[in-house]
Design a protein around this ligand. Structure first.
Ligand SMILES: [Zn+2]
Length: 436
């Protein structure tokens, strides 16, 4: 394991930032300061004019293994994540079969341990994600699982969701919900509104999301079980969360880059690359999400990275599967959304510190197999780090993607801010924007 020295970057802490060198040795940060002497054989990386902070943590990654390895494997997803500046990914349970038991969770953890990143697993809340009976949450929690979700769909049955929240609390785990009432959203392939009406497509109403957000806030109030709201996409959902925060309820939420960069008019060409659940919303919703990011109200940015094999995205709009890639551009899109002079502390809070806190990616439990993420850049911390160049400009190109799938809606888009270096588990994984 080579010693690494990040020279003269702006080291971004939780509340202050300072220009400093960061020395990494044997998986840990061993020195932070000015004029740190490079030991013999040390790989020195110039980080001047760049931000150095904790590696990004994605709360919402769909790796397609097991079941759909032609779209993404745990390894290819880890490579895409590393290029995007991530050092830890939370693998969603909606594989085939679903990750609803100890054997399957262990399988993904074992495969993940062979990748350059830390792969944590979100176990399914219900058996087979069918929404009928609870999965063995306690057994999976004993393996170190700290987040549970049926994502792909939400738990529709309120009585079952109430029981899940009641079980979650004493286990010290958090549930994460995809909020859409499937009966209200049934058959819909884009946002319901004037645009869907004009295109003749069945819509998924904002209300399908907001009703479940409201229901689950009340279930949290009833049970005290902690809940993370995934990919919130409407102004009203954010307003509901604002009131839940004011009540002091144990809730957190994420927004996804596609929801704060693209609106429903993207669907006008009937290109299924823009199909996603919840759907791309109105311009007013997009603006509300961007305003919430800038004001510091949003807890976390999460990608909902959802690879699909190319032939599936060639289907007609209403038949194609929902979802798009996200890992490789999320940092740049978030940086841009934060406005003209983005606050580096807020950027790392959204991309790393809060997601790591929500996912409990600490090393304080003998059962967990991952390192610590989202911490301060100080001596003794695990070396999970990213170097982000806020001045870089570049063009997103599908041919440069590291995922097996290419269903990105950003091909050809100009981007500002770029991940230069990723150090994960103490190892240089990405340098000058490319896999080492
Ligand atoms: Zn979802």
């Amino acid at each position: 394991m080579t010693t690494l020295l990040l020279r003269a970057g702006l080291v971004v802490g939780p509340s202050t930032s300072q220009v400093a060198d960061v020395l990494v040795d044997k998986g840990r940060i061993t020195a932070v300061g000015t004029d740190v002497v490079a030991p013999a054989g040390c790989h020195v990386i110039d980080a001047s004019d760049c931000w150095v902070g904790p590696g990004f943590v994605d709360l919402h990654t769909h790796l397609r293994e097991p079941g759909h390895e032609q779209a993404e494997t745990i390894e290819s997803g880890a490579h895409a994540g590393a290029v995007g500046g991530y050092t830890a990914l939370m693998a969603m349970a909606n594989t085939e079969p679903a990750l609803d038991n100890v054997a399957l969770v262990s399988y993904v953890l074992d495969r993940g341990a062979r990748t350059p990143l830390d792969i944590a697993v979100a176990g399914a809340i219900t058996q087979g994600r069918r929404g009928e009976s609870l999965a063995p949450l306690a057994e999976m929690a004993a393996l170190g699982v700290r987040l549970f979700s049926d994502d792909g769909t939400g738990v529709q049955d309120p009585a079952l969701m109430r029981r899940a929240l009641t079980y979650a609390r004493p286990l010290g785990v958090r549930l994460a919900q995809h909020c859409e009432d499937e009966r209200l959203a049934a058959g819909g392939s884009m946002n319901e509104g004037a645009v869907s009406g004009r295109l003749g497509l069945v819509g998924r109403p904002a209300l399908a999301e907001e009703l479940m957000v409201q229901r689950d806030i009340e279930l949290v109030a009833l049970t005290g079980g902690p809940l993370h709201f995934m990919h919130l996409s409407t102004a009203r959902s954010l307003e509901l969360l604002r009131r839940a925060h004011e009540r002091g309820l144990p809730v957190s939420f994420e927004v996804a880059p596609h929801h704060f960069t693209l609106d429903e008019t993207c669907c006008e060409q009937f290109d299924p690359i823009f199909k996603v659940h919840p759907p791309l919303r109105s311009r007013a919703d997009v603006d509300a999400l961007r305003e919430a990011l800038r004001s510091g109200f949003v807890d976390a940015v999460a990608t909902d990275h959802a690879p699909h094999a190319p032939e599936l995205k060639d289907l007609p709009f209403d038949e194609a599967p929902a979802g798009m890639l996200g890992l490789e551009y999320a940092a740049s899109l978030t940086f841009e959304a934060l406005g003209d002079a983005p606050d580096p502390q807020r950027f790392f809070s959204l991309m790393s510190r809060e997601p790591a806190r929500i996912a409990q990616l600490r090393r304080d439990d003998a059962r967990v197999r991952h390192g610590a993420h989202g911490g301060a850049v100080v001596e003794g911390e695990d070396a999970n780090l990213v170097v982000f160049d806020p001045k870089a400009t570049w063009i997103a190109r599908n041919e440069d993607l590291h995922s097996y799938a290419i269903n990105s809606p950003y091909d050809g888009r100009a981007l500002t801010g770029r991940v230069r270096t990723t150090i994960a588990k103490g190892v240089l994984v990405v340098n000058d924007g490319a896999l080492v």
